[in-house]
Design a protein around this ligand. Structure first.
Ligand SMILES: [Zn+2]
Length: 131
């Protein structure tokens, strides 16, 4: 990811900041400039909950080049407890363990490294919540 784009994504990547439409309450992650529900342009920023559940999932066996060394890996659409939905890797879990409704929490992990200098990009990944 180019440095400028990476820098602009810091609030989402490191503080998990989402946007809530002040007109209709729709939530977006990453935040948007215009609400797709009501066309509103006013948003309030909030840090989303770290816990949620798996809505659907799959296993990636043929990833893009940046993730080639990680295959196979699990990816899920996760709905956080405040309604935000995001796509993320699911780690620290056997593929058979991942199911719809599985409680997860977001943790910061290494996502990928890039370039000859091996710049490491961090981000969030979902980890099962085990009681
Ligand atoms: Zn709205």
């Amino acid at each position: 990811m180019p440095p400028a784009r990476s820098w602009r994504s810091y609030p989402q990547t490191y503080r998990l900041e989402a946007g809530r439409c002040t007109s209709c309450g729709a939530v977006y992650f990453p935040p948007r400039l215009i609400c797709s529900q009501c066309k509103g342009r006013e948003f309030e920023t909030f840090s989303m909950k770290r816990t949620g559940k798996v809505l659907t999932h799959t296993v990636i066996r043929t990833p893009s080049a940046a993730f080639a060394g990680d295959a196979p890996f699990a990816v899920a659409i996760v709905e956080m407890d405040d309604g935000v939905r995001l796509t993320t890797q699911v780690v620290d879990a056997d593929f058979e363990e991942i199911r719809i409704g599985l409680p997860v929490k977001l943790e910061f992990r290494r996502v990928y490294s890039e370039g000859d200098a091996g710049v490491i990009n961090y981000g969030y990944k979902a980890v099962p919540v085990r009681s």
